[in-house]
Design a protein around this ligand. Structure first.
Ligand code: PRX
Length: 668
């Protein structure tokens, strides 16, 4: 683990935590808020009683007999003995309660006027039909289904249909490459893949099916017969290759299926889904979430942090379902709460840069949840764009995925939130499943740049390397000191890696190590300082340096590669790669370096996906290594961020940095 990045970040961020602006909760909001200050005390007094009470928002078939079984840490069992069905909780019970006519999703396609409103009653029919169709294809409890889709209603329907059967989904972000999809299909052993011909991105149809075809071919090579069916939704109408042995049109099998389906009840700990995320080593980790605790955690936080009033709010998470944010706060949290949500297919600048604000005006969105990288992009585009729209329906704003810098926070609050809407800076992870550290809209006086404190029922601390809790005003590592309902249960097929990654550093204390640096200010409020491992955060998405390095080294012209996340004004961090070429690549000499760099950038795109494409690749003669051969990324980060190069005394060869810096200067 490199402490260096945490150190540099804490230096730069030390100044930020002297921020003295405070934004009190709006009086009106506080007067009717779902959660008040007393809740923190109640939850602290009896944490498990608090989580037992929160479980009442879920409909159980068999009641649970024990809130938490922590007898075999770190393997938690929540709501022991309880049985439930996740899809029933997200859909059917709202219809039964008389809310069938309430809109579950205002879906907005990227092409203008391509919209669809889906009520809870319609969603129930669609989910039941899809569940019947999947059951017909042999999907049952414990089976895995991969979902590789654009942002269309069928994505949520496919997820709900899968879990209705007690099967698990693994949603693979549609921007990932066929290789990334194949790796996940193989690791998760999915027998069905649900996809579409394509989706709309930046004004034109972007194909998805060809990537599935490639992935299936690759999977066939390694595990013949693993994938039994590929279910294809027709979205764009573009031509697709058809494999008669595997491929089925969604409209052929789902539309024909019966809309009646009686949900089976499953154990609270029945696995719900697997979501892959980058770790500090190459292979993505399959985070496993289970049913009862995840639903309680996501529905509670969605209700508490966004002060959700299901009868009147129009809620919008502007993220992709392919990430945990979409799972927890587009699908499970909002639907469990019977909320009305917006789901948008496309990019914020199509067909014009005011598209988000137009959507907010059209649907009267009251709660908006997005990433700082989007906010910074909007700042760059200028306040005059949102100012053209009526955003007065908004009452609460949320931020997720990376630290929000105070300027972006204040701009968001003032320009989008008319200086009226509180900003919820929510810290959490794929692993935590739900918000962990966040202000609460009716309680907290917000500080721009701070995620503030652990929410009720959650215990977070900032500790030293040795496990001492730091005093206010100091920094260290963020840990979660008590289990929480929506915690990951393990890594798919790898209990050891689960223990090693999260629980071994503070095994004695039994704390969960989050991998983030953090600081407590003089009031004890928490400021997140970024990752302390080799994980980058690009536009709020996690990428591992080693994963991109492996992708680069898999190119025949590359001998060695080192990747760092360098500060970037818009994306938070950007991928910067330093590459040593093979002798053979240098000999030819005919290729212009620019072409080669482009070729390498595209190679990473092909191997992992567009989000991993390096912003910058620098061809260097050497890489800085310690005597034990470890690459000192801290020094490369200095180069990538145009800083004076730091201490080089631990390098095996201290002149290497001169060579690199010279080469890079020459290149510019
Ligand atoms: O470094 C933290 C950062 O994102 C990481 C988790 O990434 P992922 O699992 O992809 O989930 C992103 C969406 C929940 C964390 O370890 N992070 C997330 N939210 C914040 C944040 N950093 C600072 N402030 C946040 N609000």
């Amino acid at each position: 683990m490199s402490q260096s990045s945490a150190e540099t970040d804490s230096q730069t961020l030390a100044n930020l935590s002297h921020e003295d602006r405070r934004f009190d909760p709006p009086e009106e909001l506080a007067a009717h808020a779902n959660v008040t200050a007393e809740t923190y005390e109640e939850a602290k007094a009896d944490r498990l009683a608090f989580w037992a009470e929160q479980a009442e928002r879920i409909s159980w078939d068999e009641p649970f007999t024990e809130v938490l079984d922590w007898s075999n840490p770190p393997f938690a069992k929540w709501y022991v003995g309880g049985t439930l069905n996740a899809a029933y909780n997200c859909v059917d019970r709202h219809v039964e309660a008389g809310h069938g006519d309430r809109v579950a999703f205002h879906w907005v396609g990227e092409p203008e006027d391509d919209t669809r409103d889906i009520t809870y009653a319609e969603l129930q029919d669609e989910v039941c039909k899809a569940a019947n169709a999947l059951a017909e294809l042999g999907v049952g409890q414990g089976d895995r289904v991969a979902i590789y889709m654009p942002m269309i209603p069928e994505t949520a329907i496919a997820m709900l249909a899968t879990v209705r059967l007690g099967a698990l989904h693994t949603v693979v972000f549609g921007g990932f490459s066929s290789d990334a999809l194949a790796t996940r299909v193989l690791d998760c052993e999915t027998k069905v893949i649900i996809t579409s011909d394509g989706g709309y991105r930046r004004g034109s149809p972007a194909a998805l099916k060809p990537a599935v075809d490639e992935a299936v071919a690759k999977v066939e090579g390694e595990r013949p017969g693993l994938v039994e069916h590929v279910l294809v939704v027709r979205r764009t109408g573009q031509d697709v290759e058809w494999n008669d042995d595997l491929d089925l049109w969604w409209h052929d099998v789902v539309d024909e299926a019966s809309p009646e389906h009686t949900p089976e009840m499953f154990d609270a700990e029945n696995p719900l889904f697997v979501m892959y995320t980058s770790g500090s080593t190459g292979k993505p980790k399959g985070i496993v979430h289970t049913t009862g605790g995840y639903l309680v955690g996501t529905s509670y936080t969605h209700w508490a942090v966004f002060d959700l009033k299901p009868d009147t709010d129009v809620y919008w998470t502007a993220a992709d379902i392919g990430w945990i944010t979409g799972h927890s706060y587009i699908v499970y949290g909002p639907l469990a709460n019977g909320a009305t949500s917006v789901m948008y297919e496309g990019t914020p600048d199509t067909p014009h840069k005011g598209r988000w604000w137009e959507i907010i005006e059209t649907y009267g969105v009251t709660i908006l949840y997005c990433a700082p990288t989007a906010i910074r992009t909007f700042m760059k585009w200028g306040a005059e764009i949102p100012e053209k729209f009526d955003l007065s329906s908004l009452r609460i704003l949320g931020s997720v995925g990376e630290p929000i810098n105070p300027e972006a926070y204040v701009w968001y609050r003032e320009t989008i939130g008319s200086s009226r809407c509180p900003v919820m800076d929510t810290w959490w992870q794929t692993e935590t499943g739900m918000h962990m550290i966040s202000p609460l809209p009716g309680v907290t006086s917000g500080k721009p740049g701070s995620a503030m404190t652990a929410i009720p029922g959650v215990s977070a601390e900032v500790v030293t390397d040795e496990g001492e809790i730091v005093p206010n005003g100091s920094g260290g590592y963020l840990v979660l000191t008590e289990p929480w309902p929506s915690m990951l249960r393990t890594l798919l097929g790898d209990d050891e890696r689960f223990k090693d990654t999260y629980w071994s550093k503070y095994a004695e204390q039994g704390w969960y190590f989050a991998g983030d640096g953090a600081k407590k200010d003089e009031d004890g409020d928490i400021w997140l300082l970024g990752r302390v491992d080799d994980v980058m955060n690009v536009s709020g998405h996690r990428l591992s340096t080693t994963e991109i390095e492996s992708a680069l080294v898999s190119h025949p012209k590359v001998a060695e590669a080192a990747v760092v996340g360098a500060a970037d004004e818009t994306t938070g961090q950007a991928v910067c790669a330093f590459v040593i070429l093979r002798e053979s690549a240098l000999e030819g000499g005919e290729e212009a370096p620019d072409d080669l760099i482009e070729e390498l950038r595209n190679h990473v795109r092909k191997e992992i996906g567009a989000i991993a494409k390096p912003r910058q690749i620098m061809i260097v003669p050497e890489l800085p290594k310690t005597r034990s051969g470890k690459i000192m990324r801290r020094l490369l980060k200095d180069v990538a961020e145009n800083r004076e190069v730091g201490d080089v005394t631990t390098l095996a060869d201290s002149t290497v940095m001169d060579l690199i810096s010279e080469g890079v200067k020459g290149e510019k």
